[in-house]
Design a protein around this ligand. Structure first.
Ligand SMILES: *[C@@H]1O[C@H](CO)[C@@H](O)[C@H](O)[C@H]1NC(C)=O
Length: 296
């Protein structure tokens, strides 16, 4: 557990002030600091928080990768992170950035960046797990080189949609189709996780291209974390207020969905940059495509 929430007196104060704090917590959560919001979980010094918490790097060498996770758990939110991926020959490396709850029936919302040879495109792999079941992969190439600069990768998760965005452009919309019998993540709080690791048995060109360890250490960088999100604490969310909220526009993620223009942009991405869609993989699902594929 995060040391910052271990103190019982802090817990007692929270309980007393909770109604007052609910709003301000959300505002505080907006300006991220890696020291305050995250903890390094593995990698024996390979993960580093720099510049007073404004910057984080993960690295991978032959002995180990590294990773971090958020101190908070969230139940719904709009979560942004800027990443700059491993440059040069990144074949075999995987940078995973995802939200996940715990346990055998966990929910999960995944971004994974699969490295490649210099000059060959990264693959952005996405997936959604509900109640422990995934198998909903969609993969993309990007319309820019994700190793040259920081780009923003966002997850909008509200009761009706999970929308994946890259630099504000939606690339995938997983809709709540519970009314049609398809589970949707809405009861299990999730933490943010990220890791950089070696997966050269499958990641690059189906595992044919191996990691070139003479190029190690491999490094990925993070900055500008921002969460407009419902923080889960003491088995409750600080967001019940949202349901009746008529707050400012910045809070509107709770009701956000894709308008016509955003749908057009998503279609542009999917038509031009999508390289795999489980919903069109008839070979993989000979008994029929997953039900959401014909409803989405
Ligand atoms: C690597 O580059 C090849 C050739 O352009 C491409 O087919 C593949 O999707 C790229 N990504 C990965 C992870 O192999």
């Amino acid at each position: 557990m995060a040391p910052s929430v271990a103190s019982p007196s802090a817990g007692a104060i929270m309980a007393l002030l909770f109604p007052l704090l609910a709003c301000s917590l959300m505002a505080i959560a907006s300006a991220g600091n890696f020291h305050r919001d995250f903890q390094i979980t593995w990698g024996d010094g390979r993960a580093k928080i720099l510049d007073n918490g404004q910057h984080l790097t993960l690295s991978l060498d032959k002995a180990s990768g590294s990773g971090f996770q958020s101190k908070n758990e969230y139940l719904f939110g709009k979560i942004h992170m800027q990443l700059k991926l491993v440059p040069g020959n990144s074949a075999g490396t995987v940078t995973a950035y995802y939200l996940s709850s715990q346990g055998p029936t966990h929910d999960e919302i995944d971004f994974e960046f699969l490295g490649n040879l210099s000059g060959d495109p990264y693959t952005l792999h996405t997936n959604v797990f509900t109640q422990g079941k995934g198998n909903r992969e969609m993969q993309f190439h990007l319309w820019f080189d994700p190793t040259k600069d920081f780009h923003t990768y966002s997850i909008l998760w509200n009761p009706r949609h999970i929308i994946f965005m890259v630099d504000g452009i939606p690339i995938r919309d997983f809709k709540n189709l519970e009314s049609r019998g398809i589970a949707f993540p809405k009861n299990q709080p999730m933490r943010i996780y990220s890791s950089l690791w070696n997966a050269d048995d499958w990641a690059t060109q189906g595992g044919r291209v191996k990691t070139d360890w003479t190029k190690a250490p491999f490094t990925a960088s993070y900055r500008n974390f921002k969460a407009d999100a419902c923080v889960w604490s003491s088995a409750a969310s600080n967001c019940p207020s949202k349901k009746s909220s008529t707050d400012s526009a910045s809070d509107d993620w709770w009701n956000q969905e894709l308008d016509f223009t955003s749908q057009e942009r998503m279609r542009w991405v999917q038509n031009n940059y999508m390289i795999y869609n489980y919903c069109t993989d008839l070979k993989r699902f000979p008994q029929g495509l997953p039900p959401e594929c014909s409803l989405a």
